[in-house]
Write a protein that binds this ligand. Structure first.
Ligand code: ZN
Length: 183
């Protein structure tokens, strides 16, 4: 059995109404995604599948932790994650382009694989900048001494660079500096 088969939901077998599905994903799941910035973790996934006649509503709720690399000290740490995602599935004869949160299936389909939606929901829950303190930890001091200085300084300069350069040519300061050198 292909490892992702486990994430097939055979909706053809479901009665109309709500159905609950639960998964726990870990390193085995993340290893299936080669590009993943996450190699390990433990995330609980609850899916409420609401089956209507031609429209299904899938509500994903994820909760757990994933192992990621700290952007400051580069140590791995386990980041708490939680999030949700609402997917609509429409059954239609017409050809239609899938959207971010709506997919279209032909009436001949009988199942949907939810692995990619689980993966995307977890990835969306990971902030762009992630640091040890998000897990209540302190960065590895050996690494921060060498690395952070340069990372943080360059970020600060990008944000406040303009103000800094204005201060540098502040005429008041220039006058005072000249006076200092005269004395
Ligand atoms: Zn760190």
């Amino acid at each position: 059995m292909h490892p992702l088969r486990e994430y097939d939901i055979e909706f053809i077998k479901l009665q109309p109404g709500d159905h609950e599905f639960n998964y726990t994903i870990d390193s085995g799941f993340f290893k299936l995604y080669e590009q993943s910035q996450v190699s390990d973790g433990n995330v609980n996934v609850d899916i409420t599948f609401t089956k209507g006649s031609n429209v299904f509503d899938l509500f994903f709720v994820i909760f757990g932790e994933v192992e990621v690399e700290c952007d400051r000290c580069l140590d791995n740490f386990r980041l708490p994650v939680e999030g949700n995602f609402n997917l609509m599935v429409k059954i239609t004869e017409r050809e239609a382009e899938d959207e971010d949160d709506i997919i279209y299936l032909s009436p001949h389909e009988h199942k949907i694989n939810v692995a990619q939606f689980i993966y995307d929901t977890v990835m969306l829950a990971i902030p762009i900048k992630k640091t040890c303190d998000m897990a209540g930890k302190i960065c590895n001091p050996a690494a921060t001494e060498k690395i952070t200085g340069s990372i943080d300084v360059s970020i600060e300069n990008e944000e406040s660079g303009e103000e800094d350069s204005k201060e540098e040519i502040n005429p008041e300061w220039e006058k005072q500096l000249k006076n200092i050198f005269k004395n």
